[in-house]
Design a protein around this ligand. Structure first.
Ligand SMILES: *Cc1c(COP(=O)(O)O)cnc(C)c1O
Length: 466
């Protein structure tokens, strides 16, 4: 008999609980499955408001909005009711040749939120697909407009736009680029405007201006061959909540106009109030040519994404010829349940002054964490709207590698779901925390930091003594 693989032995040693069954049957995302030999999976049985409950009834504050998707808490009564109503009416119908009220209403309301500037909604289900669609639209627009040479894309250093092959091609994460590089169509990469890169005496706006000079040089040299630049407005989230000055977006808009390059704003993570304004690009007083939205769009309920485009882009496809039309289809495009969850989410924004309430809520959270600003092992305390982050100073290589997982474990023990990115700890909870929950989250984040530093310092000194 063949020896059972280590993973099977591990899973069977945990018996037949559904955690063990998950490790056998489910290939978890963004995960080295072997790490779960030592780190248990967290079995979520139910969720309510900001809280996730495990199978034993223990609760964890969802400090990262379940991977940045949740806005108004779990099991929100208004979104639940809208979905129940929609289930009894129309669960799904195709959107080619047919149409339905939820898709139309959502397209109209999203357009209105852009002041009518981005009036055409193309639906998909995930963020990466929205990015694929925006890239294809830009390329095809230029071909339809008699500029077929414009085929190249530009992305920003340390940017993240999803993990399908087209989206990975404009994503700058070394791990992914190294693993899948040979499969990708390479894009130009320009300097990140990350405010942490400001030199001594420089402001965040100076760092942005320096990054813009890189874009200007590239557009001067290759503008005729470039179709679009894709950017995450204000916060490069997956890079570790790298924040930049809004002046960068204004400068980018001007360069795009001068050189005839589309500006694609990827607001998949930063849209829907995360940065303090409804859309992040509003803080720069500009509109992109194409806007990608997903994650919070359905309140964190159902997979839904959308690309919003300007009239000029839409109109370049409007023709008798099928091949001049936009060629992209997806079975579940515009799914009525997902659109209805999105409409209920927009209703919540309209019924309450969410952005003003969040300003106060996240001011309070920042105040609770303010002691960290002078912590000897913390640097770059930063905030953009409802996103707070800081970097942890770790001199030892091994400590750096193990930091995120170690911190996540201590955070869970302290009652919060937090997943640092590298040595960056960030808090991005749903927009529902009350004072007590704000205190609990801040307390858990600080306790996890101390315990993680103690553990890594102990390990380093034990190692040094060996
Ligand atoms: C999450 C994310 C994506 C990809 O969205 P998926 O739904 O995970 O495919 C793209 N861009 C940004 C900025 C994101 O944060």
């Amino acid at each position: 008999m063949e020896a059972a693989p280590a993973s099977a032995i591990h899973a069977s040693s945990q018996g037949n609980s559904w955690v063990a069954r998950s490790l056998r049957a489910v290939w978890h995302p963004c995960t080295q499955m072997k790490h779960h030999e030592r780190i248990p999976l967290l079995p979520i049985a139910r969720a309510q408001g900001a809280w996730l409950y495990d199978a034993d009834g223990r609760r964890y504050l969802d400090g990262i909005s379940s991977w940045w998707v949740n806005l108004f808490g779990h099991a929100h009564p208004a979104i639940n009711a809208a979905l129940v109503d929609q289930l009894g009416t129309l669960e799904h119908a195709m959107l080619a040749g047919c149409t339905h009220e939820p898709a139309v209403a959502l397209a109209e309301r999203l357009s209105a939120l852009t002041g009518g500037m981005l009036g055409h909604a193309f639906f998909a289900s995930d963020g990466a697909s929205a990015v694929e669609i925006a890239l294809k639209m830009s390329f095809h627009f230029w071909r339809n407009s008699g500029r077929p040479a414009k085929q190249e894309f530009v992305c920003v250093e340390q940017g993240y736009h999803g993990e399908t092959l087209g989206a990975l091609g404009v994503t700058d994460v070394a791990l992914f680029r190294d693993a899948y590089g040979p499969l990708l169509r390479q894009a130009h990469r320009v300097a990140s405007p990350d405010a942490r890169r400001a030199l001594p005496g420089e402001t965040a706006a100076d760092a942005a201006a320096r990054a813009l000079r890189d874009v200007a040089a590239l557009f001067e040299a290759r503008g005729d061959a470039i179709a679009a630049i894709i950017v995450e407005p204000l916060v490069q989230c997956a890079a570790g909540m790298a924040m930049h000055d809004a002046a960068y977006l204004r400068g980018l808009r001007a360069l795009c106009d001068r050189h005839g390059v589309h500006m694609i704003a990827d607001e998949i993570a930063v849209g829907f109030g995360r940065t303090g304004s409804f859309f992040a690009h509003e803080q720069a007083g500009i509109r992109p040519d194409l806007l990608c939205l997903s994650k919070g769009i359905s309140g964190g309920y159902l997979p839904l994404s959308v690309v919003l485009s300007r009239d000029a882009i839409h109109d370049a496809f409007y023709d008798d010829d099928v091949a001049r039309g936009f060629l992209h289809s997806h079975s579940y495009t515009g799914n009525p349940l997902a659109c209805r969850a999105a409409l209920a989410t927009l209703d919540l924004f309209e019924a309450h002054d969410v952005l003003a309430a969040n300003q106060a809520r996240f001011d309070a959270l920042a105040a609770r964490l303010s002691g960290l600003a002078t912590h000897p092992r913390v640097e770059h305390m930063r905030r953009c709207g409802a996103i707070l982050a800081f970097d942890v100073v770790l001199d030892d290589d091994r400590a750096r590698r193990g930091f995120a997982r170690c911190y996540a474990r201590h955070a869970l023990a302290a009652g919060a779901l937090l997943r640092p990115i590298g040595r960056t700890v960030y808090l991005m909870p749903p927009y529902v925390l009350d004072d007590e929950e704000i205190g609990l989250l801040a307390g858990a984040a600080m306790e996890a930091l101390e315990r993680t530093l103690d553990e890594s310092d102990a390990r380093i000194s034990a190692h040094t003594m060996e």
